[in-house]
Design a protein around this ligand. Structure first.
Ligand SMILES: [Zn+2]
Length: 89
């Protein structure tokens, strides 16, 4: 009998240049595959384990703003993403 591993694609930590981004993924990205974040930033995928940590990683607010709008989460009037231009969704 096989062990089933279920991944929640909404909870993968996509980190680039010290910021945690978000993307709407339809599958687990393959190493080397280029994915485009909700803010429009695109880069290739490489995996690392938890030891790399997330200490000091900042939130990409434009990604957070787009994600909130897509899933229907309230956007506070003072959301930092509202201060920077966001890409079209
Ligand atoms: Zn982003």
């Amino acid at each position: 009998m096989a062990l089933t591993v279920r991944l929640d694609l909404d909870h993968l930590h996509l980190v680039a240049h010290g910021e945690r981004h978000r993307a709407r993924l339809s599958h687990v990205p393959r190493p080397g595959e280029t994915i485009t974040m909700l803010c429009g930033y695109a880069d290739f995928v490489e995996y690392t384990d938890r030891s790399a940590g997330l200490v000091g990683v900042r939130t990409c607010w434009p990604c957070d703003l787009v994600y909130r709008r897509q899933v229907g989460v309230r956007v506070p009037a003072d959301h930092p993403g509202l201060r920077r231009p966001t890409p079209p969704t």
